[in-house]
Design a protein around this ligand. Structure first.
Ligand code: NAD
Length: 502
């Protein structure tokens, strides 16, 4: 047997042992049961079978975790740790993720239903890149020097400087679509800035974060710097309302983001909110049809459409509209769905029966409102929460499917005649997360790049993210950019220090 296969089998066995270990919360460097003793089942969405159970935290557990995070924030071994040593710790954590990449991929695939190669060569690699990139920021957090005038103090010269200080204890709340990537996007910049964290994974996908906690410990990061409280909405709300949490970093739905913003008002917590989207894919008349089809398929079907920047509105020039729609339908019909360990599978299930039924409801609603079904729209036989990749055509801006986020493998296509119309349709949304334009006309591409109202615009690409490129939303897609240098700004406060020069 090839050594790769041996390693994969070893990783599977280690993942199984981990799953059977009676996973608790991770607080102050230790696995602990939830105070109330409750547990929640973790389900493999590709089979519907229970994989294991994890502790179900409550507000009481959040209190304990916040105390641990505050103690760690104030402790000299973290607060006074020199930036280079903090950077080295983060690289050590990256080394351990690299060592255990196959195990993490196993856990991620079981937890989310995504196919194993996607978990191993997508999620784990993206998480690693992000961690290594962010580790480098540790030593590059800088301020400015200023010569103020103070014209009302005429005889004295002054000097001022700014420093960036860690914001403090951060509550981090993440969704289920990319659990490991989201955990790293949150934890890495917080630690690089010198914060400590209490992270709440999504209730459906707690596994990779709990495994990561053990690697954090092994990397020598002090106890209490990273705490994981698994559980439902109650845990998230407790973090948001906690008086000793200085900031909330949230990724999830716009409705939860709105609730968080309201609740955070009483303590004036810092917030960064990465919320939902309804991203347009605009195909101009000159785009070759095969390129448009491949691009549109990747934009909507990647991660089963459970992507906040999923290209869920396909806006195509009328001259190639039907060709692109039919090409995309053929691509959708040709996709093989299967369990995470099925080597033939190209796409996995949705995260839960609830989510599958929600997606199904959106498609039924779209058909009732006059959309044309071109591919998919069915729930395959068998266990697991599968939904066929679906192409709907002849959409209008009035349809719910055009306006609301589905978070599944469903695209609504509609034609346009003029550039102005395409731009108007693309921007006709309360969201502003991602958008792409497909053309070889450089000037048209630039006109769209400047006209599209979204935090991330791609030209002849969609859904590509890099740790060096800031990522975040406009409008109801939230605020605060993760990745790039912006991520450090999210986890630091500016302090201005002024003094007279004698
Ligand atoms: P969700 O908002 O229901 O849950 C996300 C997380 O927030 C979970 O951990 C959940 O337990 C917690 N939560 C829910 N309500 C809360 C509240 N009122 N207060 C505090 N915590 C609360 O979202 P989901 O269904 O898990 O994920 C899908 C959504 O996430 C989609 O809308 C998607 O667009 C969005 N998303 C956005 C990005 C981005 O970067 N913008 C990335 C991934 C997912």
């Amino acid at each position: 047997m090839a050594s790769g296969a041996n390693e994969a089998r070893g990783a599977e066995a280690i993942a199984e042992t981990f799953l059977a270990s009676g996973l608790g919360l991770w607080i102050d460097g230790r696995d602990v049961p939830a105070v109330g003793g409750a547990r929640r089942d973790v389900v493999d969405p590709s089979t519907g079978a229970v994989v294991c159970s994890v502790a179900e935290g409550t507000a009481q557990d959040v209190d304990i975790a916040v105390i641990a995070a505050r103690k760690a924030f104030n402790a000299p071994e973290w607060r006074k740790l020199k930036p280079l040593l903090r950077e080295r710790m983060l690289h050590r954590l990256a080394d351990l993720i690299e060592r255990d990449a196959d195990i993490l991929a196993q856990l991620e695939a079981r937890d989310t239903g995504k196919i194993l190669p996607a978990a191993r060569y997508g999620d784990v690699v993206i998480a690693l890149d992000s961690l290594r990139y962010t580790a480098g920021w540790t030593t590059k957090i800088e301020g400015t020097t200023i010569t103020p005038s103070f014209s009302y103090i005429p005889d004295v010269q002054f000097s001022a400087r700014t420093v960036r200080e860690p914001v403090g204890v951060v509550g981090q709340i993440i969704p289920w679509n990319f659990p490991l990537v989201m955990a790293i996007w949150k934890i890495a910049p917080a630690l690089a800035a010198g914060c400590t964290v209490v992270l709440k994974p999504a209730e459906d996908t707690p596994l990779s974060a709990l495994y990561l906690a053990r690697l954090v410990d092994e990397a020598g990061i002090p106890a209490g710097v990273v705490n994981i409280v698994t559980g439902g909405r109650e845990v998230g709300v407790a973090l948001v309302e906690h008086p000793d949490v200085d900031k909330i970093a949230f990724t999830g739905s716009t409705s939860a983001g709105q609730d968080i913003q309201r609740r955070a008002a009483s303590t004036m917590k810092r917030l960064s909110l990465e919320l939902g989207g309804k991203s347009p894919v605009v195909v101009l008349a000159d785009c070759p049809v095969p390129m448009a089809v491949e691009g549109a398929a990747g934009a909507i079907f990647f991660n089963h459409g459970q992507v906040c920047t999923a290209g869920s509105r396909l806006i195509v020039h009328r001259s190639i509209y039907e060709d692109v729609v039919q090409g995309l339908a053929a691509a959708a019909n040709g996709m093989t769905l299967g369990t995470s360990d099925d080597p033939q599978a190209q796409m996995g299930p949705l995260i839960s029966a609830r989510q599958r039924d929600r997606v199904k409801g959106f498609v039924e609603g779209a058909l009732a409102q006059g959309a044309r079904l071109v591919a998919g729209g069915t729930v395959p036989e068998g266990d697991g929460f599968f939904y066929r990749p679906t192409v709907l055509a002849d959409g209008t801006p009035e349809m719910t499917i055009f306006r609301d986020e589905v978070f599944g493998p469903v695209v609504i296509a509609l034609p346009f005649d003029t550039e102005e119309e395409a731009l108007r349709l693309a921007n006709d949304t309360c969201f502003g997360l991602g958008a792409s334009v497909w053309t070889s006309d450089l000037h048209a591409a630039n006109r769209f790049a400047s006209g599209l109202k979204a935090g991330n615009v791609w030209i002849n690409a969609h859904n590509i993210l890099d740790p060096a490129v800031p990522f975040g939303g406009w409008k109801m897609s939230g605020y605060g950019h993760e990745l790039g240098h912006s991520a450090i700004e999210l986890y630091t406060e500016v302090k201005a220090i002024t003094m007279p020069l004698l």
